[in-house]
Every structure is written in C-alpha cells, then in structure tokens.
Design a protein. Sequence first.
Length: 190
Amino acid sequence: MKSDVKLTDSELLDLFANGNDNAFADIYNRYWKRLVALAYSYTKEKFAAEEIVQEVFVSLWNRRGHVKIETLNSYLATSIKFAVFKGIYTKSRHEKLLEKMPGSPSADLPEDLLHAKFLEEYVNGLVEQLPEKCRLVYQYSRQKGLSPQEIADEMNIAKKTVEAHLTKALKVLRLNLKEMMILIILLNQH
C-alpha cells in the first residue's frame, strides 16, 4: 500500500479483515523490527527471535478474517510472548508436530496439513540452495537443534560467523516466502 497517507493500525486491520492483502504487507513492515526486538528480549538469539516473529505473522495470515483484533500492537506482542512460552521456535516442538502427522496419502490430509507439508518441502528446497557453510549452519541449528555457540564449536568458526550465516539463511527464506505469499495471493484472487 504505497501512498503518502500513513494508515492507522485500526484502518490497516479493517482493510486486512476485508480481504485487502496489501494491508498485511504494511502490518508486516511496520511491526517486524520491534517484534524481533521483543522476541529477542526473551530468547537472546536473533535467529530464534526472527523465526518466532515469522511464525506469528504466518499465524496472523492464516487467521485473517477469523479473528477479531482490537489493538494490533497488543495482539502481536501477546502472540510473541505466547509463541516464546509455547516454544514454537524449538526443534523438539517441530519434531513433535511432524510425528503427529498421519502417514496416510496426501489426499486424506486436511488442507492445513497439506499446506504445512508443501511449505516444509518448499523451505527444504530453499535450504538446499543456500551456500554450503550457510546451509550447514542452518541445518545444525534446525535439524540438530544446536545453539549458535555449539555450532561455532562444531564447525570451528566464530559465534558471530554462525549468527551471520543464520541471519543470511533466514533472510533468503523470508524473501522467498514473501514472494511465494504474493503468488498465492494472486492465484487465490482468480
């Protein structure tokens, strides 16, 4: 929503609830940095904080039109705190969710599980395209659940280098997922 007029949160929420997908991009851009800072205050890891914020925005997107939000700032901050509390960003939580997926053919899976499975495969494909060290750092973090310090020790590199690789990986994933969301929006409008 490129315009000279800056919409209020309330106006953005109304537009978003009424199907204006550009309002989501404005909400995302307006709140991304401050939500990462909030999540970081709990996790003390930038990568985990960014991942939590991404989860909150995906949840907001998936619940559009189904949830009544009075105050956007409070809703997002509470969502971040809840996400941290529930441990969404941990590897063990992710594994438990995958273990609960039924082993039946895709046709029998509910639509949300199909979307999750597709998204997981898409993300895995993106990860495979990352530069080798960046990919290894990301996989150590996500698949083995290692902390940045543990990864640094394992790969014999500086912790700051690990954090830089994780940030780069997340940026690549975020940009590609953003493009994919735009494509999905366009396809759903036809």
